[in-house]
Design a protein around this ligand. Structure first.
Ligand code: FES
Length: 235
């Protein structure tokens, strides 16, 4: 896990745009009196989106003031969750490579090597053109399709170094590829297609009631076997 600190260079102030201000008022109103702190994550997310996808320190204070929270409480939230960026990120993509055990065992190190070579040798630094940045994060919840990387709100799964290169090419060209598995599987279905429950009859309705028929047949067979059995002699 990376050390997460506020960037040393901060803007002097932060204010929501009028649209985001109206949106924030609506979000806060969804919570009962005294529970406004529950709006902290959506408000921080909106502030981040407004501010070139990273969260400056004045925005943390603004959100705290709006929700009646101590600054330290909102700071704790912002520094805990890796969805919040505390330093400027790439204009086109900020690549979050999962380095937790399932992804690590499935090749995350190779993905980090791609980031080191294409973006910057160290995480949390912008590429020379300012378009990309990267960091290692903990599990992003798509372990069944490890290894993976998240770029803003999308996840790219079943990656290899070559496939991550293609994803980055797409972002560089302004045409990001479709998120999800990059080897074409649906969700976390087995690689190579289904290996069980493959009989089409299971899905055409023809087997409805089949188990009842089989049980009835088994009962008939058992009754016939009992009738045909020789009587038991007394000992
Ligand atoms: S371990 Fe990488 S997504 Fe869960």
């Amino acid at each position: 896990m990376s050390v997460r600190r506020l960037h040393p260079e901060q803007p002097k102030s932060f204010a929501f745009t009028p649209e985001n201000e109206a949106w924030a008022v609506g979000v806060i109103a969804k919570y009962p009196a005294g529970k406004q702190a529950s709006a902290v994550i959506p408000l921080l997310m909106r502030a981040q989106e407004q501010h070139a996808n990273w969260l400056p320190e004045p925005a943390i204070r603004l959100v705290a003031d709006k929700l009646g929270m101590a600054y330290i409480r909102v700071y704790e939230v912002a520094t805990f969750y890796t969805q919040f960026q505390l330093a400027p990120v790439g204009k086109k993509a900020h690549v979050q490579v999962c380095g937790t055990t399932p992804c690590m065992l499935r090749g995350a190190e190779g993905l980090k090597d791609v980031c080191r070579r294409r973006i910057h040798a160290d995480q949390f630094h912008l590429s020379a053109d300012g378009n990309f940045s990267w960091e290692e994060v903990e599990c992003a919840g798509t372990c069944a399709n490890a290894p993976m990387a998240q770029i803003f709100a999308d996840t790219y799964e079943d990656l290899t170094p070559a496939l991550l290169e293609k994803v980055l090419d797409g972002y560089a060209a302004g045409a990001p590829p479709k998120p999800g598995s990059q080897i074409g599987r649906t969700a976390s279905s087995p690689v190579g297609g289904m290996s069980s429950l493959t009989d089409p009859a299971l899905y055409d309705g023809s087997t409805v009631g089949a188990w009842e028929k089989r049980l009835a047949e088994a009962d008939v067979k058992a009754a016939a076997a009992a009738a045909a059995a020789p009587p038991v002699k007394p000992a």
